[in-house]
Design a protein around this ligand. Sequence first.
Ligand SMILES: C[S@@+](CC[C@H](N)C(=O)[O-])C[C@H]1O[C@@H](n2cnc3c(N)ncnc32)[C@H](O)[C@@H]1O
Length: 241
Amino acid sequence: MSMQVHVITIFPALIESFLSFGIPRIAREKGKMVVEAVDLRSFTGDVHRTVDDRPFGGGPGMVMLAPPVFDAVESIENQHGSAHRILLTPTGRPLNQQILKELVTEDRLILLCGRYEGIDERVRTGLEWDEISIGDYVLSGGEVPAMVILDGLARLLPEVLGHPESVQQESFEQGLLDAPHYTRPRSFRGMDVPDVLLSGNHAAVERWRREQALRLTQEKRADLLADHPPKSDSTTRTESR
Ligand SMILES: C[S@@+](CC[C@H](N)C(=O)[O-])C[C@H]1O[C@@H](n2cnc3c(N)ncnc32)[C@H](O)[C@@H]1O
């Protein structure tokens, strides 16, 4: 089974180039994530392939036209079947790891990338969307947010990561931030790797990592502890694997 994703954009080459590197590339090569970058301009009827126009009521900037978006969505779904539709917008629900874990269970996604001042409101009201924001800031387009989602999903798909257990150990998985990581050299510019990591004592290493994760979460993101009280020691990461 593979996940099918259709990204509607005026810059399909941006999405294509993103998929040529790292984990998204592996997901694609293994056939786990099939991504189609759909050029919105293919759904225009004029010689200039226009996808935007001035806003009614005046004001700065341009607004993305509704008809090409409706046509693109309908074309994709008529061809492939219905999809879970995602509208990328700063006014959407804030993306987090839990939402990615929900989205990765979908067979087919459509990601709509806005541009300009945004998209004609009738796209939002006339079609059903899961409206998603990647944070409280405004970017110039929805392509980077789409890449954020593609990247986050690619690494959750089965058989994509070389070490699937790394997903379970990462930040946000157990309501905690990840513990620090070290590699060679053992000593670097007066900074030494903590002795416990060199001890070969796996139980002690696990205990240290959990303590560090708790400490870091307390220091940096105490809100996570309030939302997801950490599980007791009987369900630490070693045992939950
Ligand atoms: C310049 S933004 C439009 C912002 C809009 N006028 C507003 O203030 O909400 C253009 C497009 O970039 C995308 N975008 C920008 N910031 C985003 C964010 N934080 N999350 C998701 N999409 C975003 C959306 O697709 C949006 O339609």
